[in-house]
Design a protein around this ligand. Structure first.
Ligand SMILES: NC(=O)c1ccc[n+]([C@@H]2O[C@H](COP(=O)([O-])OP(=O)(O)OC[C@H]3O[C@@H](n4cnc5c(N)ncnc54)[C@H](OP(=O)(O)O)[C@@H]3O)[C@@H](O)[C@H]2O)c1
Length: 389
């Protein structure tokens, strides 16, 4: 995509960590991008400020009860969609070149499919979309000739390493993991981890759900599934290595034994900028990475015993069908239960294990079957976690 005229951009989840950073990129390169539409779930105050600054044609508040607070805050000529279906309708009704999917969880699936149908470039942060329905999404994107460019720093790194190389010559994809805030903690201490402790990520500043996913290593599990779909490789050819400095964002090993690594600051601005501009590269406001200050790069194997969620994700993608959707749904509910102090930290993995054991996977599911698998696994996980439906 060569940027000759300003790209029209829709940002879904604009009030979140990735969404706000995407708008920072748009602000810094206002000659290259113009905002068409924005969406939030509940955060109407931030959305109102963003709308005042970026002057989109429409906005959406997907949590309908929160939309009432929005009315009257903005000029009446700004179209405001409300409710769960709002983000999809926004994508269906407004023309854009690029759709930034920065929502979280299952919610991003239908708007992403709508963006593909409309031929928009998809800048995808919302990894759960590929975890739940990777086959359907990738097949539709290939058929429509649409590019799905990952924002997730690991996948964006792999995307960059693969550029110009023969994909048939890839031996392994190597995803790096910081190990999260609880790396090295003894098993006896994990039982009593508080949400505040689990939210203290050592290298990245992110939304709450993904930060807890990092603490359990489920984030890396979701990324393994995401990588299998995005790059068309089997799970055996995706390896995870713990790299506490988070300086190498991920690597690709080729059949001749060469490993290409992409390095950079631990800063989501850069992969977002890349996803919006590649194959062009934009000079930006950040200082070059000071390698001497980084000093050393360490690598270690993940601790599968204390953090079993990574293994659960490998199991889910190998079993296939609706199993990754069940894993994802159980994880979303278990993380919410942990953040709400309903279950202990170790209860997250226990809930996911139980939900997977109870799930009868359906092969080659359609969207309706995936939605039903999601619903059932959520209901199971909530019951398991002792939360009323
Ligand atoms: N943050 C990172 O550095 C990072 C890095 C790599 C990948 N990712 C992935 O990017 C996605 C976004 O992460 P994040 O950290 O930016 O999350 P976040 O800060 O929680 O933001 C999520 C955004 O989605 C909206 N949202 C929440 N629930 C929704 C729903 N049911 N329907 C529609 N919109 C909803 C939120 O609205 P409210 O503001 O009202 O809650 C917010 O705008 C996740 O899939 C994450 O795994 C994030």
């Amino acid at each position: 995509m060569a940027i000759s005229k300003p790209q029209r951009v829709i940002v879904l989840g604009s009030t979140g960590s990735i969404g706000r950073t995407a708008l920072e990129v748009v602000r810094d390169f206002s000659h290259a991008f113009t905002v068409v539409a924005l969406s939030t779930h509940r955060n109407v105050e931030i959305l109102a400020r963003q709308a005042a600054e970026f002057r989109p044609e429409a906005v959406c508040v997907s949590h309908a009860p929160s939309a009432a607070r929005f009315r009257g805050v903005l000029p009446g000529d700004l179209e405001t969609l409300e409710g769960e279906e709002g983000p999809t309708r926004l994508v269906e009704h407004y023309d854009a070149d690029v759709l930034v999917v920065a929502t979280v969880g299952f919610a991003g699936l239908f708007p992403t499919l709508a963006g593909i149908d409309r031929g928009m470039r998809i800048a995808l942060a919302n990894k759960e979309v590929l975890v739940v329905a990777g086959e359907i999404v990738m097949e539709r994107a290939h058929r429509r000739g649409v590019e799905i460019v990952p924002i997730d720093s690991e996948h964006n790194a792999i995307w960059q390493c693969l550029a110009g190389n023969d994909r048939r010559a890839v031996r392994r994809l190597i995803l790096t993991a910081s190990g999260g805030p609880l790396r090295g903690w003894p098993a006896s201490r994990l039982e009593t981890v508080t949400p505040a402790e689990a939210l203290k990520h050592p290298t990245w500043r992110m939304g709450r759900k993904i930060t807890i996913d990092c603490a359990t290593m489920m984030n890396k599990g979701l990324e393994v599934i995401e990588a299998c779909h995005l790059f068309g490789v089997a799970p055996e050819r995706v390896e995870v290595v713990v790299h506490p400095q988070s300086t190498i964002h991920s690597m690709v090993e080729f059949v001749d034994g060469s490993i290409l690594a992409q390095m950079g600051r631990t800063n989501m601005y850069l992969p977002i900028l890349n996803a919006l501009t590649s194959p062009e590269r934009f000079e930006n406001k950040f200082e070059p990475l000071d390698l001497a200050a980084v000093g050393r790069l360490d690598f270690a194997r993940p601790d599968d015993e204390n953090f079993p969620c990574l293994g659960y994700a490998y199991e889910a993608i190998r079993r296939g069908g609706t199993m990754p959707a069940a894993l994802n749904a159980a994880n979303e509910e278990a993380v919410a239960a942990f953040l709400g102090e309903k279950i202990p930290f170790t209860g997250i993995a226990e809930t996911i294990r139980a939900a997977m054991d109870a799930h009868d996977a359906v092969e080659h599911p359609d969207l309706e079957t995936l939605r039903e698998a999601d619903r059932q696994a959520r209901a199971f996980a909530r019951k398991h976690a002792g939360i009323a439906a």
